[in-house]
Write a protein of this length. Structure first.
Length: 538
């Protein structure tokens, strides 16, 4: 079996372990992940150690597989999977099984599309806390001729989690959720939990000093976070005006005075006991009182970490000091950016606690299910055994007393699906001289007998009835000769068609109106014909 593992996180590590346990089953393994190993990964992604922190996950996983399974050919890619030029249908057609171990839906949808186009077995695995799911999407040959067409990964809408871009959190938050997510990362940076964090370029606090030294470090750290960082951060000026930056700097940092010179908030803002017995969570507080709570909780958390009473790795809703620190930082950041909210500290802490932690057991169980399902489908395919009614392709792990594992079959395909609902063709040309948009349009016009438009790169229209992109109804219309020459120049400069290019073709039919197909262009120098137009997967 030739296997491709997409994602080297919690599930991907478990899949790699299973490959290492039975290397004889695999001829080659490809590992793809764009992330690097972080310190917070080590507690649940066992393949990595402290020595791997900062390394690319794909390369570290590949080294593990080469050591444990020397007979398996292993190749790794440290880049984003959403790259049609690099990871298109031709790439995935090299592998028998593709296992996705991703935590974001956009790359999963992309891999699902590529697997459908290349007619390869996709096994999608995912977890959320104590719950998880595994689904197999077999190639066409797995089904009987009289079986109904079954769904692909993209047929139905899936629950999409809110993903907050780091640039939004850092530069222009607009919602409480942005501020809460930023505050969790800021707290991790404050205590050096994530030494490779790019959130702010400022040293973490020294938790081993005296209370006065810790407070002094905190004041400087927070002043930089709420004031100096906005001026030092060049990307902030791209989304905020100078006036907005100055307002954000002054709303909270005015309480600090000038900590660089040793003056400021240390005395007026710290008339608050550091005794844990009198430390309570306030429902509504002024900005100054919130700042007091932040400083006090930060000091108490620093003392517990320094004394090894508490190990801070990720957000822990059961630690009152961490909860108050994160919630207070979120309130301060909302005030800094003028975000009004009726949320209390308790509600903010609940919002922060809604972040679902990864569970090692769930990762291991889902990985085992994924590989079991992959081998079951692939074995029946090799044995030329068609799909049986008692073979279920979806498995869900639920945190339930009644049933831990729930299984089901795939649904019928969605005729409106943007992937499997559109016919797919392959245009094979003899040499690279045919890899020009005008030649491709000429070939397709003959085959489809229709008026052609081409969508290039996903959503960029570069050709429509010989009119180059960028022209509108209000544009002046050149003479026919000038128009043709301009179209040629535009197409040559924009449409650099490459071997393996995937084009979306929109054409007009007198009988059916406006229709869409997708066409992959590839080179085969052994051909006798100039080009061949075939059905890839209808």
């Amino acid at each position: 079996m030739n296997l491709c593992i997409v994602g080297c996180g919690g599930i991907g590590c478990e899949v790699a372990k299973l490959v290492a346990c039975s290397p004889a089953r695999y001829a080659s393994v490809a590992v793809i992940d764009m992330d690097t190993v972080e310190l917070s990964n080590i507690n649940r992604q066992f393949l990595y150690s402290r020595d791997d922190v900062g390394r690319e996950k794909s390369h570290a996983t590949a080294d593990y597989l080469r050591e444990k399974a020397p007979t398996v050919k292993v190749i790794s890619y440290s880049e984003t999977i959403i790259n049609p030029k690099r990871f298109g249908p031709r790439f995935f057609s090299q592998y028998d099984v593709i296992v996705t171990c991703l935590d974001a839906f956009a790359p999963r949808r992309y891999v699902g599309e590529m697997c459908w186009l290349s007619n390869r077995l996709l096994v999608d695995a995912g977890t959320s806390g104590l719950s998880g799911s595994v689904t197999g999407y077999p190639p066409t040959s797995y089904w009987r001729a009289d079986d109904p067409t079954m769904e692909c990964y993209n047929c139905y809408n899936r629950d999409v989690r809110i993903e907050i871009p780091i640039c939004t959190m850092k530069n222009k938050p607009t919602r409480p959720e942005h501020c809460v997510s930023y505050s969790i990362l800021l707290a991790q940076r404050m205590y050096d939990v994530d030494p490779y964090s790019e959130l702010i370029e400022y040293a973490p606090i020294n938790i081993n000093g005296s209370i006065d030294e810790v407070l002094s470090d905190l004041v400087r750290f927070l002043y930089y976070s709420f004031n100096t960082h906005l001026s030092d951060n060049p990307s902030a000026s791209t989304v905020l005006t100078l006036e907005e930056i100055e307002q954000a700097k002054q709303r909270v940092s005015c309480l600090f005075g000038a900590p660089e010179s040793g003056d400021g908030l240390t005395q007026p803002c710290l008339k608050h006991t550091l005794s844990p017995l009198t430390y309570t969570l306030h429902e509504h507080m002024s900005t100054e009182q919130t700042l007091k709570e932040v400083l006090v909780s930060a000091v108490l958390l620093a003392r517990s970490i320094a004394s090894n009473e508490y190990v801070f790795t990720t957000y822990d809703r059961n630690n009152p000091h961490l909860v108050t620190l994160v919630s207070g930082l979120a309130l301060l950041r909302m005030h800094s950016f003028g975000i009004t909210t009726a949320l209390t500290l308790f509600e903010l802490s609940t919002l922060a606690g809604s972040i679902v932690p990864a569970v090692t057991f769930t990762n291991a169980a889902v990985a085992a299910l994924a590989m079991k399902l992959a081998h079951m489908i692939f074995s029946s395919f090799l044995a030329k055994q068609h799909h049986k009614e008692n073979v279920l392709l979806q498995h869900f792990i639920k945190n339930s007393r009644r049933s831990l594992l729930i299984s089901d079959d795939l649904r019928p395909s969605n005729p409106e699906c943007a992937v499997c609902g559109i016919p797919y063709y392959i245009l094979t040309v003899k040499d690279s001289s045919f890899l020009s948009i005008d030649t491709i349009i000429e070939c397709l016009s003959k085959e489809l007998s229709a008026t052609i438009s081409v969508i290039y790169g996903g959503d960029v229209l570069i050709y429509e009835d010989d009119v180059p992109s960028g022209w509108t109804d209000n544009s002046s219309t050149p003479e026919s000769g000038e128009k043709a020459e301009t179209a040629k120049d535009t197409l040559q400069s924009i449409a650099q068609i490459y071997d393996g290019e995937l084009l979306k073709i929109i054409y007009s039919s007198h009988d059916q109106g406006r229709l869409s197909v997708r066409v992959m262009v590839q080179i085969d120098s052994s051909m006798k014909e100039a080009y061949v137009f075939t059905v890839g997967r209808a």
